[in-house]
Design a protein around this ligand. Structure first.
Ligand code: C2E
Ligand code: MG
Ligand code: MG
Ligand code: MG
Length: 292
């Protein structure tokens, strides 16, 4: 942290940075305990078919229920976990928790849809990665087609051969793979050819301000078009506005994920959404269909 906060910037923003630095140090220290004691929980955000409002999946998103700091979002602790090596343990916990929920929902006779599970490059490239990914599915008798791993393309630039190999092995077992944050990496098009993925997720960066200027529309349009030509599915992430939804529907975007349908919700509430199967779009800032 010393490098990041530096003496000069520390003096300029001393108040903010001292709290920020204190928080980061304390979180880094607490993370080991959090993993051991299981202080994490999952939220689930529905993924909806653009043309029919049908719920076809959900993304599992981790939160840390910290005893002092409260519910923390992944942006506040996953980079620490990347640095101190705990990310693999965390990602493995997430997969196990997703499988546990799928098993539970099956017993409750809820119609099952694939759950998207984020996986960092470090977890994905563990030496025993296949075994790590298959074991929880065996434990809970979950079919691999119910797991959709999301990989952030930009984080795999260095080990792309090994990544392509693991993706191919997972594909043979029936897992699905999506390229997350698509459009923000530096070698997206090259990796598209190398990686046997089924879905592209257009980054929120483009979708959030889609209609503010011609650039984001042009890029999004190009990604949708390319996905269709390559026979890939495409998901738009971060859709909040009805006009953006309509624009994406008109261009044949397959799936929508965003506050316009629902924020990430608890396991209990996503179960209700799965049981209903359909979600109506609501204005961002308006009343949510199911509360967080
Ligand atoms: P992501 O995989 O790109 O997930 C989408 C993020 O966009 C989520 O943030 C979600 O809450 C947010 N989002 C979705 N729709 C909207 C919208 O309409 N408006 C706005 N403002 N935001 C929206 P979240 O949950 O904070 O997660 C952030 C990132 O943390 C994720 O980005 C993912 O890269 C990472 N992450 C989350 N859970 C895990 C995990 O279990 N393992 C790993 N390795 N990474 C994770
Ligand atoms: Mg994701
Ligand atoms: Mg994303
Ligand atoms: Mg993201």
């Amino acid at each position: 942290y010393a490098i990041e906060s530096g003496v000069n910037s520390y003096m300029v923003h001393s108040k903010d940075l001292s709290l920020d630095t204190y928080k980061r140090i304390s979180l880094d220290r607490d993370l080991f305990k959090a993993v051991k004691e299981g202080q994490f929980e999952l939220k689930f955000q529905p993924i909806v078919e653009a043309d029919r409002n049908m719920v076809v999946g959900a993304e599992a998103l981790i939160r840390w229920n910290h005893p002092e700091w409260g519910l923390l979002s992944p942006d506040e602790f996953l980079n620490l976990a990347e640095m101190n090596g705990l990310i693999a343990d965390i990602d493995n916990w997430v997969l196990e928790e997703v499988c546990r929920n799928l098993d539970l929902w099956r017993r409750q006779k809820v119609p099952l849809v694939p759950i998207s599970v984020n996986r960092s490059a470090k977890s994905f490239l563990q030496f025993d990665t296949l075994e790590r990914m298959i074991t929880p599915l065996r434990t809970y008798n979950v079919d691999p087609s119910l797991i959709n791993f999301e990989l952030t393309e930009s984080s795999f630039v260095e080990n792309s051969d090994r990544v392509a190999e693991v993706i191919a092995q997972l594909g043979e077992k029936g897992f699905r793979i999506a390229l997350d944050d698509f459009g923000t990496g530096f070698s997206s098009l090259f990796h598209l050819k190398e990686f046997q993925v089924q879905t592209l997720k257009i980054d929120r960066e483009f979708i959030g301000s889609l209609l503010d200027g011609p650039e984001n529309m042009a890029i999004t349009n190009a990604i949708i078009q390319m996905a269709q030509d390559l026979d890939l599915k495409v998901t738009a992430e971060g859709v909040e506005e009805p006009v953006a939804l309509r624009w994406l529907q008109e261009r044949g975007c397959d799936y929508i994920q965003g506050y316009i349908y629902s924020k990430p919700v608890s396991a209990e509430n996503i179960r209700k959404i799965f049981a209903k199967r359909v979600l109506k779009p609501v204005y961002a800032g308006g009343q949510l269909v199911v509360e967080n």
